[in-house]
Write a protein that binds this ligand. Sequence first.
Ligand SMILES: *Cc1c(COP(=O)(O)O)cnc(C)c1O
Length: 353
Amino acid sequence: MLHFRDRLRDMPSYDLTERDWKIKVNANESPFNLPPLVEERVMARLSGVAFHRYPTEEGEALREAIGRNCGLNRENVWLGNGSSEIIEKLFYAFGGAGHTIVYPEPSFSMYKIYLRAAGAEGVSVELFEDYRLDVKSFIRKVNDSRAALAVLCNPNNPTGGYLSLSEVEEIAREVSCAFLIDEAYIEFAGPSASQLLSRYPHLMVARTFSKAYGLAACRVGYLLAAKEVVDMVQKAYMPYHLNVLSTVTADIVFQMRQEYEPRLHMVMAERQRMFDRLSEIEGLTVFPSATNFLLLRTEKAASLEAALAAAGIGVRSFGGAARLKNCLRVSLGTREENDTVWQAIQAFMTRGE
Ligand SMILES: *Cc1c(COP(=O)(O)O)cnc(C)c1O
């Protein structure tokens, strides 16, 4: 008999099995690998790495650069293995028995897993019917539950909705507990809440290189927060938690981030184009999105997903998740991929099965 810790047995597992999709639009990845100029610099830099040393300066240089870019200091930036690790550690840092974490529903499915792992109590705030956030109700729940941590995903995964900076600020003003904004998709949306940090020291912003910067394989994300928060969160990490290969790659990507501007614009243009075309299909609801994906809803979601899979197109469904019944999330790919996806959806929906 193996005696695992209490909460582990009934923890859900995150299913990562993948088919060899012809078109993979199920994980909000970038359809593009490194831009050629960036790849060249990355390869040159990797060949100069001191493989026999524990990594130290590389991460410090990246923290400095990220901080400088948003008017902050290195002490306000912390790097993690993807923003996933940052979020998990923040849940740990503010969680524990008797501590409440408030989050919107539906939102990023991992929040519920992190909060269980952190041994915290969860309180969810239902989004409106059209998936907009009820700002007043969010504020009320955070304050009424005396939450230790409030989490908001902006723009929201998987609904695509976006809260303006002034709405985020309204929440920051009205709650006094730790307030985390998960900005995994902010590059596709609008200004980052990081510019509010100087006024609201309880605000924390988690960002990632995985989505807009197409660096999902490297697992690099970062936290922007008050020095006090970074100092505490740091204690939850092992020394040398980031490997040098990912760190120097992210460093170059960050230095060369202007190379990604055309891609970001392409994704946003494709988002509008796909939104318009998919909206015309009868029996299909498309939700407005400020991200690199679109959420669709149709009575025929299960058979549509199967038809797309049969055509080699992988999209994301949500099993029995609350409020996401009959929904499919489709990431934006290249223009050609999007055309194929649209054709497949259109063909299926007009066949009337
Ligand atoms: C993808 C994603 C993340 C984290 O991605 P990492 O690869 O771990 O940086 C965090 N939050 C949301 C909502 C995401 O969709």
